[in-house]
Design a protein around this ligand. Sequence first.
Ligand SMILES: [Zn+2]
Ligand SMILES: [Zn+2]
Length: 392
Amino acid sequence: MKKNLLAILLFLVAFTSESQENKWYKGNLHTHSYWSDGDEFPEMIMKWYKNKGYDFVAVSDHNIIAEGEKWKKISKDSLYQQAFKNYVAEYGENWVNYKNDEEGLQVQLKTLEEFRPLFEEPEKFMILKAEEVTSYLDGKAVHMGAINVQELIEPREGNTIAELIQNNLDAIKEQSEATGEPMLQHLNHPNFTYAIKAEDIIQLDGERFFEVFNGHPYVNNYGDSIHDSTEIMWDQVNIAYHAEGKPLLLGIATDDSHHYHKFGAKWSNAGRGWVEVRATELTPSGIINAMEAGDFYATTGLELSELDFDGSKISLKIKAEENVNYEIQFIGVQKGSTKSEILKTLKGTEASYEIPENVLFARAKIISDKLKKNPYKEGDTEVAWTQPVSLQ
Ligand SMILES: [Zn+2]
Ligand SMILES: [Zn+2]
């Protein structure tokens, strides 16, 4: 009897302390479905992410939110006809509303409100209402994620790339203020069509997040001989933001998943990049507040068991896998310099870095020698990026 009481007490102590602690939540903030140019039903996509251990997913189709009546004509390709059969087999004839006439097979897509209850569970899985606000200027793509958006945002126009981004960023902010709902905007794949340069982002007011990694094969994450990589761009923007006293730009990794039936480097498949967010609860405000505080990292595979910044020192520990080697780089910008550099490199599974007085800001990049499965680019290994911090 005493033993049982002790066990209960210990359980209560453990439970209370855990419930007060922050937890890490894994999420993909950039996902397409049949609601725009993705090639799968949202239910099948949500099932995939939930089964793979994700805690949250933003359904972010181009200029549309999964609401109202929308019919999808299914391609005659046997791959998609079979995928439809799998969908019906999974959810049943009663769930799926479809017709097959002279125009072929058409299926009414389920709305977010309809499919949400099939997957959402408190503290286990959350679907974020989202939109990829999608616009173009002279053939250059300006796309941004509007996370926890409540009503459709019609893309606004602009005469320059910076103006176009700013106008749409403002539209999201205005909706957040009008509804009282927290919303997060992230600038997507700046190097897609090489549309967005560091100089454009530098001009913005209130830009907090961008995709340092996007899993779609067309997005040029690594730049080319005449274009900076997204990572170089990131530090360039932050040199300017730091000088102006703006909050530093934070980097996310996303799938930008479109293709759920064809796999390989030619396709944008799920599972290539995500964020790990340390939050008090799995709610839109829990995740968004933590991200705004910079309490997250971006990854294409490897995960951290510890990540801390005490105001002057960055410390981290990798969830190390057997027979995998890791290199930890601390990257930053020295006072007076116009570019970032690797300030310290270590081999191993944990590291800490005391930011010297002469360094404006620093961040860690962890590079594993484990090849990424079905990567963005052949030969990519798993990588993670922590957020830049400056001396406080
Ligand atoms: Zn896009
Ligand atoms: Zn996209």
